[in-house]
Design a protein around this ligand. Structure first.
Ligand code: 3HC
Length: 688
């Protein structure tokens, strides 16, 4: 076990290193020992200046988020108190320099801002991303940041949680130097250079420059990018305190606001979301030492929207990608879309033309299987038809090298049946990307009954390499995400038959926090696609089961959604949706013909029926082992289906509402609660 803190003297400079892997979080013991090391350096007359760095090439990624979660679970929300440490740093009579590699985030940046000087390597990441966790920075960050970089920039960084690199931090005045040479040597040299400076510069004594427009602008920004979230607004109150009160009083106010934010359900949900997203990579039952196959070269079948998006995701991660389609026209169209997407990014300044050129050069369009024998992974992203996929898997089985992972991007089909078309079902797995695949973070990794551990580990490693959230799920119709989406979609359609309108349902859902309403989602995905999936699964409908009436009608009218300019909504040339009176009249007529008496429907009923039906399906999925953990379902929903992370995901939300209430309401609606839901509710337990 490493020492949490070490102190070495390098001539007149004391070098203090924090070693709390993986990210040097401020876990219990770290602040206290850092303070003791500072005291020791103070007491040593030979020491003229102090440098603080983090071990493992990173500074401090903030307070320990696991501690937050533990305290919340124990009903005592709270974080570490590092105010004594901050005072010890800032009040040090000897200059203190924080030298940053990797991350100086949250409490990490707050420690750095208490130091007299900050230097960083070019690639260092600095920021106060606490809003992502639903909390207000609680270690004087809201008071020092505006003193260093001005109120407007501080407010923007805190509301957005945006992480900046050293060059931007330098321009803003957040750091005092960029290290381009040898990290420790340069940090020590910098410290020697400032060792005699008196008085030492302290952020806390600087004034906050008046900027009356800063906070109103940040409140507008919060409304836009942090809809319904309380922590960013509380953080702005703390910034207001920085602008109007003394440093000490401002810190007191920040402490109150930070403590308050930690008691909110949003903080609990967002902290859960952070940990859930990281838990997905720990696959129960998969030995930790399972070696993934190498992942350098990839090949894709199908240059459509999905194939092209996946090619971009792979090229963005530096992988060489062959992409095959059956006609030159399809290939040209696919590559033109890839090119257009990259060009948009260049035009928006996301990366320079040279990066686009490098990525385009990694993507090789072709009409045959040439070079597929070198691929480490082949991803089939062809038409969603079992016959087509089986044919393709039989073909790639003949060309792929023995240790090539054979992946299908199917969103609903049976992986085992697809695998049966090959001589090596153990090498077959599902990698269900979401559209647009170069943007969306979720990949459902679908294990077939024969998929080997190494193949599973490789698919998980691929998701990591692409910086996506890869969640391992079982092979069942719709896997996890779509399987929960089907009843949600169905319920939304029942609601419009019974009296709501698509616009009302969508508004209630977006007010709840969903990124998009379900009808808008359907229009985006295509009603034709939805209809085809319904047809393929018609055999699963139980006799006497209520079926929604409208989808078929709209499909038969050629209203396929955005692509035809009309679906549930009407679309203008900018794809802006407006409710269509024709659709509303058709809904009324359809309901009348079916003998459904329409009535006013409240937003509360919309939310309960849409979300609880999803939760109930999630409970079935958990019980069947299709998802290993409730938190995996949550991660799928907030990373791929627009479920608000500040509600933690559907299963966390169910726990927060109370499983008994969810179960009771499900019975009120005349549905059958899933046995797991009913059992846990009866035992007073939660989904886990
Ligand atoms: N506390 C505890 N564990 C943390 C952590 C933290 N602050 N930050 C990261 N970790 C852990 C992760 O859980 C993960 O653990 P695992 O290996 O067991 O899964 C491991 O470190 C690596 O993290 P990532 O998988 O996310 O690795 P990346 O390299 O992709 O990203 C990172 C590294 C940029 C540091 C990213 O983890 C991150 O953004 N962390 C959170 C930063 C943050 O929000 N800090 C603020 C905390 S709140 C705070 O400081 C309050 C203050 O005001 C008092």
């Amino acid at each position: 076990m490493t020492e949490l803190i070490t102190l070495f003297n390098h001539g007149p400079v004391a070098l203090i290193t924090i070693d709390n892997p993986p990210v040097n979080a401020l876990s219990p013991g770290v602040p206290e020992r850092l303070e003791s090391a500072l005291e020791a350096a103070q007491a040593d007359p030979a020491t003229k200046a102090i440098v603080i760095i983090g071990g493992s090439h990173t500074f401090i990624a903030g307070a320990d988020i696991n501690e937050f979660a533990k305290n919340i679970a124990a009903g005592k929300p709270g974080g570490p108190s590092i105010h004594n440490l901050l005072a010890a740093i800032e009040d040090s009579a000897k200059p203190v320099v924080v030298a940053i590699e990797g991350a100086a985030l949250g409490g990490g940046l707050e420690v750095a801002m208490a130091a007299h000087y900050r230097v960083a390597v070019t690639s260092a990441n600095l920021g106060l991303p606490e809003a992502n966790l639903g909390i207000v920075p609680g270690a004087e960050g809201t008071q020092r940041l505006p003193r260093l970089i001005g109120l407007a920039k501080a407010a923007e960084l805190i509301v957005s949680g945006r992480i900046i690199k050293a060059p931007e931090a330098m321009t803003l005045g957040l750091i005092d130097g960029i290290i381009v040479g040898e990290f420790i040597a340069d940090a020590l040299t910098f410290a020697e250079g400032v060792a005699q400076t008196r008085p030492v510069p302290k952020a806390s004594v600087r004034p906050v420059e008046p900027d009356p427009a800063a906070l109103p602008a940040a409140r507008e920004l919060a409304k836009k990018i942090r809809r319904n979230q309380t922590a960013p607004l509380l953080a702005l109150d703390a910034l207001e305190a920085a602008a109007t009160l003394s440093f000490e009083e401002g810190c007191k106010k920040e402490r109150e606001l930070s403590a308050k934010s930690l008691t909110t359900p949003q903080a609990a949900a967002l902290i859960h979301a952070f940990l859930a997203e990281r838990a997905v990579s720990k696959v129960p039952g998969l030995p930790k030492d399972t070696q993934p196959y190498p992942l350098n070269k990839a090949a894709i079948i199908g240059a459509g929207i999905m194939g092209g998006g996946i090619a971009m995701a792979l090229a963005n991660a530096g992988m060489d990608v062959r992409i095959k389609d059956t006609s030159q026209e399809a290939l040209d169209r696919g590559l033109a879309t890839v090119c257009k997407n990259y060009q948009n990014s260049v035009n928006k300044g996301r990366f320079p033309q040279s990066v686009m050129d490098e990525r385009m050069a990694l993507i090789h369009p072709q009409l045959d299987y040439a070079g597929f024998e070198e691929a480490d992974i082949i991803i089939e992203a062809a038409f969603e038809s079992m016959a087509v996929k089986k044919q393709l898997f039989a073909e790639i089985d003949k060309v792929a090298k023995p240790d090539c992972v054979l992946a299908t991007n199917t969103s609903t089909l049976d992986i085992d049946e697809i695998a049966s078309a090959t001589s090596r079902p153990e090498m077959v797995i599902g990698t269900h990307f979401f559209s647009p695949a170069h943007v969306m973070r979720l990949v459902e990794i679908v294990r077939g009954k024969a998929s080997s551990d190494r193949v599973i580990a490789t698919a998980m490693a691929l998701a990591k390499k692409l910086r996506k959230v890869g969640v391992l799920v079982g092979n069942a119709m719709g896997f996890v995400g779509n399987r929960m989406m089907f009843p949600y979609m169905r319920e939304a359609q029942f609601l419009i038959e019974e009296g709501a309108t698509p616009a009302q349902v969508d508004r209630a859902l977006t007010d709840f926090g969903m990124a998009m309403g379900i009808f808008a989602v359907d229009d985006m995905g295509g009603l034709d696609l939805n209809w085809r999936v319904q047809q393929q699964n018609a055999h699963l409908i139980k006799p006497g089961e209520r079926r929604p009436l409208m989808l078929q009608k709209l499909y038969e009218m050629g209203r396929y959604g955005q692509k035809t300019g009309r679906g549930w909504y009407l679309y203008d040339e900018n794809r802006k949706a407006t409710p269509d009176p024709e659709v509303e009249a058709l809904i009324e007529q359809t309901a009348k013909d079916a003998g459904i008496k329409r009535r006013p429907i409240t937003d509360e009923e919309i939310i309960e029926r849409c979300i609880y039906v999803m939760i109930n399906e999630g409970a079935h999925i958990l019980e069947e082992g299709i998802a290993s953990r409730a938190s995996d379902i949550d991660a799928i929903y907030f990373s791929g289906y627009g479920f608000p992370a500040y509600r933690g995901g559907p299963m966390w939300y169910a726990n927060a509402v109370g499983l008994q209430k969810v179960s009771d309401r499900i019975e009120d609606f005349g549905w059958q609660p899933a046995p797991l839901l009913k059992r846990l509710a009866g035992e007073g337990k939660n989904f886990e």
